[in-house]
Ligand binder design. Sequence first.
Ligand code: ZN
Length: 354
Amino acid sequence: MNKIGLASLLLVCLILSSAAPKQVLYQVMSSHPHDVKEFTPYIQTVKQQGRLWLVHLKGNVPPKVMKNFRRTNGQDVKHYSAPVLKAAFAAPLIKDFISRIDVPSIKSDVETLSNYKTRLAGTPDNQKATAQVKGIFAGLGYSISEYCYRDGACSIVADKAGDGSSSDVIMIMGHLDSVGKNFAGADDNASGTAVLMEIARVLKDYGNKKTLRFFATNGEEGGLYGAEHYAKLLTKSGAIKKVVLAINMDMVGYNSNGMVELETDSQYEGLANWFAGLATTYTKLRSKITIGAWGSDHVPFIQAGVPTLLTIEDWSTKTPCYHQECDKPSTVNYEYAGEIAKLNLAAIMTKDAE
Ligand SMILES: [Zn+2]
């Protein structure tokens, strides 16, 4: 190609690139019906894959609406089925502890938590539910701290100390509050809270090296308040650096296809794949991986630099009663919640043994 030809080609490229400016891609950060109603008029195109919802925007989006979106370069977001690998060697000790997961006990805790009229953060019934969760951890002999992000709205932290050989902390969490519908919030998130307590029960007799931390968060539905408050405190004191793994469980009880969704940000994609391998080795679950974390208590910890993962029911077949009064214990698939318990128990024990 001669010089004139090259110059014309460059000119054509320049014209084309200015005529079709690259549109900025955003990830949607909320699926709350109120937010969806608010931002829908500003969406030009939508691509939805599981929990990943990518949009192009149109018009002048007001700042209060912009909070529902996170700018993405397209490379830092992904949604895919994890490759099904041959199961690795299953450690006998882990298999032994996994066999102690008691599905009826998870069911019983979901029913008890759903028996409060509302678990909306800060209401008297939410305080009763918080006290009950606190009592269960205290009964296991764990050391309890309460973190109130405002008057009457507190999260519970229960620590099982390690054997002194490590200062590392492994944390597992689930939010105990609900959106406040009458006698509801069974899947969202009595299920995650019940699994949190079941894992704590099973691990009572385990000789851990690292500190195991059970974190029942509050105010997730209002805006991740409890988790954000605690992540900030840990960051300020420097204690956040000791947390080598954090697991979030939010909505782990509605499912028909045996699929778990593993969600984090791109820097922890390896963690999601590690969990997918554990799922194959220790459970009946298959995994989908979503890169591009949003909408639950794992987010403040990822932002604070902690390797953190959300385990959640397959979002493409999530409960039809999401944030509604029909989110009752009778809709929960307790065997499935039990499989999620096994997965997260295996992750904790594997990490602890490192
Ligand atoms: Zn939730």
